[in-house]
Design a protein around this ligand. Structure first.
Ligand SMILES: Cc1cc2nc3c(=O)[nH]c(=O)nc-3n(C[C@H](O)[C@H](O)[C@H](O)COP(=O)(O)OP(=O)(O)OC[C@H]3O[C@@H](n4cnc5c(N)ncnc54)[C@H](O)[C@@H]3O)c2cc1C
Length: 344
């Protein structure tokens, strides 16, 4: 008989494919298992996910429970919560874990509230502290790390993608069971009507050699003009930014850098008024040289920067423009100087 599952890993699915964050989740689950023990299993919710579930069970050697229903074909917070509450009531797991994506971050706290469980979101570390198992997460936009312990019988956890690395086992995994579950739930109050794909990427931020990136520190919409002017000082520079500005409509979504945006690797990344939240930083770690301008000397963005400038971007960028202009004029004078013959 199988040991009852104490660690439930919930995978998101899209068009029959399991989202790759599941691998990070398995790595996190293994660490949790090493510290607290208990059997671990994967839950895949969706429509037409049989093949993906079978492959997963064979590949990672963990039991996979498939909850398959047409209504799970498209994500709805209400259906996820209804299905998973039933599973939690049946199993009484110690931990229910999912990836800290826009969706996971939405349904996990709702599920915890509905099931009377604890909830810790955005976990990026696991440590024993004063004899307790603690979950680590960013606080104040990444300025400090907080340690959280849960005293609840069941705790719902969202795990930051890209932190826990999945290592495939050197030996072939033993065959793991695939369990099909029929879960019924009353028709809910929300309905999925359809989704609209974002416009095709018309920018080149993923291949730009220079990126002038802007964050909430820009303050007013009118100040965005400063950023566009700054980008024009360089040849082949693109403007990009943080999610906050895209949500406000100050930048198109195809210019968002981060876990839910693009991953970029320019030669120069000029971060203007960006705090350095982990979700943003993960998208710009490939940059070869980073200059950050921020009024706060403790901004986490400075941990990523090669040059840190503690200044107000609104007053600093015009000074930078002047300096650029003067340098350009000087080099023009120099090349027009008959003594240098314009060749040096
Ligand atoms: C699931 C999930 C996914 C996410 N995905 C992304 C993502 O893909 N990309 C992303 O960017 N974010 C993402 N976020 C949001 C992210 O957590 C942060 O909220 C966001 O990156 C912060 O943006 P910011 O740095 O512009 O703003 P803030 O955190 O508000 O920081 C503004 C900074 O500007 C500084 N400042 C203020 N005034 C000035 C001034 N005059 N001059 C200079 N500096 C100044 C401040 O000191 C501060 O450091 C995600 C969040 C979640 C939960």
């Amino acid at each position: 008989m199988m040991e009852p599952v104490k660690i439930m890993l919930i995978a998101a699915c899209h068009k029959g494919y399991v989202d790759p964050e599941l691998y990070d989740l398995i790595a996190f689950g293994r660490k949790l298992q090493a510290l607290r023990g208990g059997a671990m299993g994967i839950w895949i919710l969706g429509d037409a996910v049989d093949k993906a579930a079978q492959d997963m069970a064979e590949q990672v050697g963990l039991p996979v429970t498939v909850v398959q229903d047409q209504r799970l074909g498209a994500y709805l917070n209400e259906t996820y919560c209804a299905v998973l509450t039933q599973e939690m009531e049946a199993l009484h797991p110690a931990f229910v874990c999912t990836a800290h994506t826009s969706r996971g971050w939405e349904w996990a706290p709702a599920l915890a509230a509905r099931a009377g469980a604890g909830c810790i979101c955005g976990v990026d570390g696991l440590v024993e502290f004063q004899g307790r198992l603690c979950f680590q997460r960013d606080l104040y936009g990444g300025k400090v790390k907080g340690l959280y312990a849960s005293s609840a019988d069941t705790t719902v956890i969202t795990v930051q993608p890209g932190i826990f690395k999945f290592e495939p086992s050197a030996e072939a995994s033993p065959a793991a069971p695939l369990i099909h579950k029929d879960v019924s739930w009353p028709s809910g109050r929300t309905r999925y009507l359809g989704s609209k794909k974002a416009e095709a990427d018309s920018t080149h931020i993923t291949s730009a050699p220079i990126i002038v990136a802007v964050g909430n520190g820009i303050g007013e919409r009118e100040n965005m003009e400063l950023i566009h002017r700054l980008a024009k000082l360089f040849s082949h520079a693109e403007v990009a930014g943080t999610r906050i500005l895209c949500d406000r409509g100050w930048l198109e979504y195809n210019r968002q850098v981060g876990v839910t945006g693009a991953s970029v690797s320019p030669a120069l990344y000029l971060a203007c008024g960006i705090s350095g939240a982990s979700q943003h930083v993960r998208g710009m770690r490939g940059a070869r040289f980073v200059i950050a301008i921020n009024t706060d000397p403790g901004a986490p963005m400075f941990n990523e920067a090669d040059i840190c400038i503690v200044e107000d971007i609104v007053s600093f960028i015009p000074l930078l423009e002047d300096a650029f202009r003067q340098i350009a004029e000087r080099s023009e004078d120099f090349s027009n100087d008959p003594k240098t013959d314009g060749r040096d």
